[in-house]
Design a protein around this ligand. Sequence first.
Ligand SMILES: C[S@@+](CC[C@H](N)C(=O)[O-])C[C@H]1O[C@@H](n2cnc3c(N)ncnc32)[C@H](O)[C@@H]1O
Length: 504
Amino acid sequence: MAQQSSHRPRSVRGGKPARRGKDHRGTSASAGGGRRAKSSSAGSGRRSAGSPASSARQAVGRPGGAASGAAHPAGAASGAGRSDGAASNAAPSRRKLKDSAGPCPIMRACGGCAWLGIPYRKQLVRKQEAMENLFRPLIERMGWDAVIEATCGMGSKAGDPGKTPAPRAFRYKAATPFAPGPAGAVRSGFFARGTHTIVPAPSCTVEAPGARNILNEVARAAERLGIPAYDEDARQGVLRYAVLRMGWRTDEAMLTIVTARREVPHIEDLAHELSSIDPRIVCVAQNINGREGNAILGRETRVLWGAPHMKDELLGCTFAISPTAFYQTNPQQTEILYRLAIEGMALEAGDVLLDAYCGSGTIGLCAARDAARAGKAIKLIGVEKNPAGIADARLNAELNGLGPDEASFIATDATEFLRDAARSGTHVDVVALDPPRAGSTPAFLTAAAELGPRRIVYISCNPATQVRDLEILGHQGYRLCRLTPVDMFPHTEHTETVAVLERS
Ligand SMILES: C[S@@+](CC[C@H](N)C(=O)[O-])C[C@H]1O[C@@H](n2cnc3c(N)ncnc32)[C@H](O)[C@@H]1O
């Protein structure tokens, strides 16, 4: 079992989770840093956008997430309070939506942290029970001798005795929707659940320190320049969302504004103003999304100011992240998740590791670097359908000292790649997969088993689809040895899992 990460985020994000007020990815459990000089490098690259997500909950936790009517962190585009003092701002709904007490003043209206009022120790126990209820029947049906480990929470595990401080400030990706107010005002905040009504949020206790303020400042800059917010109901206006990603072990941040059309008045001035909000910002990008619906990101992205990506670090590796590539939201827990996956791979010198649904290449590259450090160099193949993720993954291999013979990345559909690999008899020792919430496909799983890897490590953000996929692998000659839940999204019902399977 992996230990809780001993690394601590730098400066303001360190040690005990910060005492501030209150994200996503997974499944339903029930089924400041320091200041630095701004980068002066310019970039103007284009990137393809992330894919739409099915719900607002995916918006922030998953790339290309959705927003509308969403709850926040776990949920949607989050946002901020109004930027000016107009009295009519959200006036009718605000009073109704406001919570009067509790760990977060907008907890009920926002709805992103539905479990915020439950002691963290109890949250972990609930998640553990949900995972037992979900996986135990399959384990018994298949006759597997598998262990369900204790859920790895932030700072403690399910069942640990004593008090467990409630996690705060763990979310390093945040977003806001915008909506028009009176007299050119631009509102920001979270969409109240199921509506396009903005709940103003001056701060958010689960987000990285300073994140919410940066998002609120985007609204202020738009007001100063007279750039109108987008009205989701009337389908008019320009500025729809802003998405912020902050580095955990770096003092870098990346701000992406999402606009309903490409042409935006005063866009250069806006980019300049946004780059000045916080010295950590190294990239300001524009994504264009004119489509109806609650997907935050559209297909076209261009860098307006700064570098084409920001950097962060995980498990001693450096990662470049571009505006629409997938990168995990809760970095502290990501290290635990990845460590568990790497342990489950049990790599040997010379192994071929296939990292499917690899995003920016992070899991495979951490594993390859880890193996190389232990004197067991491996060969890594990564597969991901988002070309922006693959471009990042190739750069990330270079950044971490892995040449093209040691790590190669292919931008394609994972199922197609696996089918071709099985047909051509590609040699693979270990398969790692980390699919989106819908899980993998029967064709992928069958082809993976045909490749005959010694181990399969399945990382899931939706155990309900994972349990279905594990049964398919079970019928293809693999047995589950160990399943470890990881709490990536405290205060929500979501749980991630790492399943380790061996060839029977
Ligand atoms: C949960 S993310 C995991 C990313 C990466 N493993 C990580 O930890 O950062 C799932 C990834 O699968 C990618 N994806 C979704 N459907 C895919 C498909 N059919 N083929 C390949 N990649 C896909 C998404 O673009 C996303 O990057």
